[in-house]
Design a binder for this molecule. Structure first.
Ligand SMILES: C[S@@+](CC[C@H](N)C(=O)[O-])C[C@H]1O[C@@H](n2cnc3c(N)ncnc32)[C@H](O)[C@@H]1O
Length: 214
């Protein structure tokens, strides 16, 4: 596993190192992976065997797996997170399917300072991670590593009852959607803001922004 973290564990890293297995199980039960895969399948993403994809704040790898499940293929997909234990679970999950694991790289790093050159990636997936960071700094760094015109599929936690419960449990801060739009518009064209179908549990806490690097 590539490492780019600091020697000192942050509070967030410690939290996700402790709960990696439970978190993975909870997200499996609520059908999150299938919901994200369905959404990704519905997009006309211009991604192919020469594309580089990044799942930033990947946790236990469910969004990376959803990318594969959606039938999308890339040259490489990089899954990056702060939490070693979450990444260990992700590695284990990816190893279940060789065609997934052989195209996936795992990197331990901070989304605010990613170890990649400017304009590296053709697609960026960021789900439930910028609640732990200053929003604008996170979006600015996301834009830095994306190629011009490339999409960011951004799934923030939305202000909602379920979102507020999660905010307490997981010790993060929901960004108001007006602030998300304002900050995103600095670096991205906002192509859309969608909701998951209400029948899918992920719709109770997350919304989807489809952004394009300016
Ligand atoms: C709610 S989980 C989301 C995981 C995954 N994206 C998903 O949708 O299932 C939040 C993840 O963000 C990671 N995280 C929080 N702050 C981070 C940072 N500054 N850099 C990298 N990862 C971070 C945590 O370790 C955790 O795995």
């Amino acid at each position: 596993m590539a490492r780019n973290g600091t020697a000192v564990k942050t509070k967030t890293q410690g939290l996700y190192d402790r709960i990696a297995d439970v978190q993975n199980l909870a997200m499996k039960i609520n059908g999150y992976r299938a919901s994200v895969a369905r959404y990704l399948r519905s997009l006309e993403l211009n991604i192919g065997m020469d594309s580089l994809v990044l799942d930033a704040g990947c946790g236990t790898g469910l969004v990376t797996l959803a990318f594969h499940d959606a039938g999308l293929r890339a040259k490489r997909i990089t899954s990056l997170d702060l939490s070693f234990n979450s990444l260990a679970v992700a590695r284990e999950e990816f190893s279940q399917k060789r065609r997934y694991s052989r195209r996936t790289d795992i990197v331990q790093a901070n989304v605010l300072k990613m170890p990649f050159a400017d304009e590296t990636f053709d697609l960026l997936l960021m789900c439930g991670v910028l609640e732990y960071t200053p929003l604008d700094t996170g979006l600015c760094e996301a834009a830095r590593v994306l190629k011009r015109g490339a999409p960011l599929v951004f799934l923030p936690v939305k202000p909602s009852i379920v979102g507020s419960v999660l905010e307490l449990l997981y010790n993060f801060k929901i960004h108001p959607l007006a602030k998300v739009r304002r900050s995103a518009a600095k670096y991205f064209n906002i192509l859309g803001n969608y909701d998951f179908p209400i029948t899918e549990p992920i719709s109770w806490s997350k919304t989807i922004f489809l952004l394009e690097k300016k």
